[in-house]
Design a protein around this ligand. Sequence first.
Ligand code: ADP
Ligand code: ADP
Ligand code: MG
Length: 448
Amino acid sequence: MFKKILIANRGEIAVRIIRACNEMGIQTVAVYSDIDKDALHTQMADEAICIGPAKSKDSYLNMQNILSATVLTGAEAIHPGYGFLSENSKFAQMCEECNIKYIGPSSENIDNMGNKLKAREIMIKAWVPVVPGSDGEIATQEDAISSAEKIGYPVMIKASAGGGGRGIRVVKKVEDLILAYNTAKAESKTAFGDDTMYMEKFIEEPRHIEFQILADEHGNVIHLGERDCSVQRRNQKVIEEAPGYSMTQELRKQMGEVAVKAASSINYKNAGTIEFLLDKYGKYYFMEMNTRIQVEHPITEMITGVDLVKAQIRIASGELLSYKQEDIKIEGHAIECRINAENPNKNFMPCPGVIKSIHLPGGYGIRIDSAAYQGYKIPHTYDSMIGKLIVFGKDREEAIRKMRRALREFIIEGVDTNIDFQFKILNNQNFINGNFDTSFINKEFQNL
Ligand code: ADP
Ligand code: ADP
Ligand code: MG
């Protein structure tokens, strides 16, 4: 097992990883930008090294500085968390070349799946059902018009390098196509430095169902069931739950097997997630694979009892998976609310600033993954998630009740948050009845 791990990230996920290391008796090294000198991850790690100015490009995305910090502190492995360098195949490759263990998939895995267009092609070859779409890149406006005609409206224009819900546009009719294509293309150039676009059939009112995968370095692959992440705003997840409301044992088995097949077909290693769309008729389609730990991983941990971050570290150290598929038992129900510093009444505008006071909910079945503390200044430089509130109940109804009471207890002063908005969702009748899909927030909260 590793003696020392460097965490190439910040915020709640860096804290989450430090906690796992502490419990495993592994020393930790935090890296931080100028502005994160007093951040929780900086304070919690055994050692902390400044890797540059606030701008991500100069610090958390600065591969050279992060690798130097690793060598300097004698860390043997790097955990990339999510976001930042976590899906950067070049970084994984540089780690491989420097003899630093990258806690995640191989650079080849990332290369294959990080590019959505390439991932689609690989999945088609592996007989995994994908969303019907363009054969390849949509390079010109003319391509866009002819592809949309072939696929049939409504269509979705997507950035091949996309993530975090950006670079995506729905187009209902030909008149809107060119503008949507051009803006999505421009957006992805700015956000991802790549403007390769493709097109998919827009699946109407689907559920977002994703499967958690664990794969060791000896060819063993299992899944840990699904998460329903259909409660989204602008294609970004707001609430996630596990297991999925609409899932049957039979469908879980089927989709789980497909997810395992997808991962096996590329010789995938470490933790990963296969995202599917499940349509109104019960048909499912591969959408993308996230080759990293995900924001919503805790809900899977709650219902399976598997610590996914520890599993990632064990896998990276060469251990065999300690579970077989039949050892994975799903019990109870978990829900996660993403708590963001943003103002729902001002179009969810991010609201950085100083947390004057914070009172966290507690009690049986409540978990908070956060890097916030009283007096902490949320910088405007990074994303606005303050933390995640996760509850675990014996069934969905209990989990919903627990989440409501936890949201009522949760008090943050000094910055605007989406806590009240989350509370409204937890009291929405359609949400309670499990009657929702990815269009839920748009339909139910139009006035926001
Ligand atoms: P998850 O799939 O784990 O739910 P999100 O899509 O919310 O994660 O993304 C997690 C974090 O990573 C967010 O901060 C998001 O902005 C960032 N992110 C995701 N994909 C990319 C990408 N391709 N490039 C840059 N940042 C990304
Ligand atoms: P990202 O990398 O930003 O997470 P995804 O490809 O996972 O991008 O898509 C994000 C969200 O957009 C999905 O969770 C889903 O709600 C919606 N979406 C993506 N593709 C389609 C599609 N073809 N039809 C309908 N909705 C889609
Ligand atoms: Mg996605």
